[in-house]
Write a protein that binds this ligand. Structure first.
Ligand SMILES: Cc1cc2nc3c(=O)[nH]c(=O)nc-3n(C[C@H](O)[C@H](O)[C@H](O)COP(=O)(O)O)c2cc1C
Length: 406
């Protein structure tokens, strides 16, 4: 088993209520399964009118609990299931269930579990815009938000299933998932740490429509930022152009060129415990950038390239980063080149992967590589999902730096 599940068991009570958005919870189940989260599904009686417990049972690979008076549980399911849970997630949460929890009611298995538990509760409401805007619902949400262990992932605005338009649509599934993983990853060895991650390619424009770039997808950096957030860090991500949705809980700043990247990283006075420089920054820029689109018609076009500043070296000299990790995509002499880079750039470690392989690296969901430290020690990382590799890199660095699990 790779990734977060390698070192921590994650136990989730997933409450499903009678909202039309319940079908989206099926995707959520799939995401949790991929991270090896143990899911205990609890369906309200009305939710079973929308989807069959069989579907939830199959996707969660666990028994669905619904009846508080089911005698096979000895009559204490609400107590038994509330123990040992790392998180109770209610997604989707109806106005009715939110109102019951706010009033302290315990008239079904899900509301009873919430009342009997002491773990964090995360609520993702989904309802018609008028139901959400109703002062009664608003007051219920406000009252619950004031409680330390209860938080919300609020609904989005847009077209609703009933035909109305407005706020009420279940929040993005990826956001609900990331917000949940923050609670499920209970061993927070990055808590209190400030982490800056860079990701994606840069673009160096020659004229308004043409640029020099590389095939970096940004996936590795985004996964590093996402997992660092799960592990409790305050994360800032400076990203070149990618097609990836910003991870929940991470401050994202979009940039285009290497010069933008340099400014975003070094013009601010902010200090960081860790810099993870996974962006594939262009080594060169055009000497001159034309303001107008360069027209066809000349058989040969000659352009001059100028070397971009070495941002990693500048970051090292700035003294604003306590520990710096570079990332290198190499095609030959992978280890030798990495070791020489560490010395030249004055950084602490480098993660290398071999770009001569098509099954890992650029654009791929998988990666394989080595973390090479300035003292010459090497940590091999087998082929695994980039998300798992992000976890492996962060836990390895935390171990080195003596950052304890809190
Ligand atoms: C087709 C249909 C869709 C519904 N969708 C929602 C919804 O998205 N959000 C909501 O709060 N209630 C919705 N309701 C109303 C709830 O199903 C109703 O309040 C129910 O009693 C909720 O029970 P529960 O909170 O115990 O699951 C819907 C009802 C129907 C018939």
């Amino acid at each position: 088993m790779f990734g977060v599940a390698e070192i921590m068991e994650m136990r989730l009570v997933l409450g499903l209520t009678g909202s039309i958005a319940i079908y989206k919870a099926c995707e959520l189940l799939r995401l949790f399964k991929k991270e090896n989260v143990q899911i205990i599904p609890v369906m309200t009686p009305d939710s079973k009118r929308f989807i069959s417990p069989l579907l939830v049972e199959s996707l969660s690979q666990n028994k669905v609990y619904s009846d508080m008076f089911d005698e096979s549980g000895g009559g204490f399911y609400h107590i038994m299931l509330s123990r040992g849970a790392d998180l109770i997630l209610i997604a989707p949460a109806t106005a009715n269930t939110i109102a019951k929890i706010a009033a302290g009611l315990a008239d079904n298995l899900l509301t009873s579990i919430v009342l009997a538990s002491d773990c964090p509760v995360l609520i993702a409401p989904a309802m018609n815009v008028k139901m959400l805007e109703n002062l009664i619902t608003q007051r219920n949400i406000k009252r619950l938000s004031e409680m330390e262990r209860i938080s919300f992932v609020m609904p989005e605005s847009g077209e609703l299933a009933c035909g109305d338009t407005g706020q009420g649509r279940l929040a993005d599934i990826d956001d609900i998932f990331d917000a949940s993983m923050f609670y499920l990853c209970k061993e927070k060895f990055l808590r209190g740490k400030r982490v800056l991650v860079t990701a994606g390619p840069t673009r160096e424009f020659m004229d308004p429509v043409r640029f020099l770039s590389n095939p970096s997808s940004g996936k590795m950096g985004y996964e590093l930022a996402r997992v660092a957030y799960w592990l409790g860090a305050d994360v800032r991500l400076v990203s070149g152009p990618t097609n990836i949705k910003p991870p929940y809980g991470v401050r994202v700043e979009n940039i285009i060129s290497a010069d933008d990247m340099k400014k975003a990283m070094l013009d601010s006075r902010e200090e960081y415990d860790l810099l993870l420089m996974s962006a594939a920054i262009s080594d060169w820029m055009f000497e001159k950038r034309s303001d107008q689109k360069i027209k066809r018609g000349c058989e040969k076009l000659q352009v001059d390239l100028r070397e971009n500043p070495d941002i990693l070296s500048l970051a090292s000299k700035s003294g604003r980063f306590k520990y710096i990790v570079g990332f290198a995509a190499e095609s030959e002499n992978v280890v030798e080149n990495a070791i020489s880079k560490i010395g030249k750039k004055g950084i602490d470690a480098i993660v290398v992967n071999d770009i001569s392989r098509s099954d890992i690296g650029f654009g791929n969901d998988y990666n394989e590589g080595k973390i090479i430290f300035s003292d010459g020690s090497i940590q091999n990382i087998d082929k695994m999902r980039k998300r798992d590799m992000a976890f492996r890199i962060l836990s390895e660095l935390a171990k080195r730096l003596g950052w304890k699990k809190i």
